[in-house]
Ligand binder design. Structure first.
Ligand code: FES
Length: 241
């Protein structure tokens, strides 16, 4: 086929396969076609057994994160034309159990996320109206609230591979998001969580997470800030923020 995208896709069906394998597919390219569109084309026309995860198709839900052509990307935001000139390999997210093909079990990822208490804890009764912030206070949250929990950072991190209990970059970005929120008053208890042996000090600052993030959030920067706050907290509390 002349104008095609060529993919080599990771396959594993635990009910049939003893080991993983790769399968090649060739998809006719359409203008504007994404890798996600190509996966749907394969499923509809070439191989109904191919499994992948998808929801919003608009770069919002994080469901379609996978390793595409040597990089973690969102399939719905990646043009299929990257596979026009040479075959592109697609693999599932690393460091999470594989359920089937490109679908991984996100349970360990959510378990770490839950540990950092990912919700506002003002520690005071609800006000009559909203809890207000100045524009400067609100702007400290700007990029941090863009995380779509796609787990690309988790999959790219060498520490999540070697320490299953390591909280991981996504959970730590969320912890930092509340650490810098002027309305939150649970900093001390969160620092105890992120400052333990499986927390921020396990990070070796290799920056893979910041390179992998499709929303350019810089998890390594968040981890750096939490390291600073935790160090200050453990050395000279209570002036930590
Ligand atoms: S399907 Fe939601 S981010 Fe791609």
């Amino acid at each position: 086929m002349a104008n095609t995208a060529k993919f080599r896709i990771f396959r594993f069906d635990p009910e049939k396969d003893r080991d993983y394998r790769f399968q090649d597919y060739e998809v006719p390219l359409e203008p504007g076609m994404t890798v996600l569109n190509a996966l749907f084309y394969i499923q509809d026309n070439l191989d109904q057994s191919l499994c992948f995860r998808v929801s919003c198709r608009a770069g919002i839900c994080g469901s379609c994160a996978m390793h595409i052509g040597g990089k973690y990307r969102l399939a719905c935001e990646t043009q299929a034309s990257i596979a026009k000139d040479s075959r592109v390999t697609i693999r599932p997210l690393a460091h999470l159990p594989i359920i089937r093909d490109l679908v991984v079990d996100m349970a360990p990822f959510w378990a770490h996320y839950k540990k950092i208490q990912p919700y506002l804890q003002p520690g005071t009764p609800d006000p009559e109206r909203e809890r207000s912030q100045t524009p400067a206070e609100r702007s400290r949250l700007d990029i941090l609230i863009d995380c779509i929990l796609c787990a690309s950072c988790h999959a790219s991190c060498p520490m999540t591979a070697s320490d299953e209990a390591y909280l991981g970059p996504a959970a730590l970005v969320k912890a930092n998001r509340f650490a810098v929120d002027s309305r939150d008053n649970a900093l001390e208890q969160r620092l105890k969580i992120v400052g333990d042996e499986h927390g921020v000090f396990r990070c070796h600052t290799v920056f893979n997470c910041s390179l992998a993030c499709p929303k350019e959030i810089d998890p390594a920067g968040s981890i750096g800030n939490l390291k600073r706050l935790a160090t200050k907290h453990f050395l000279c509390k209570p002036e930590v923020r």
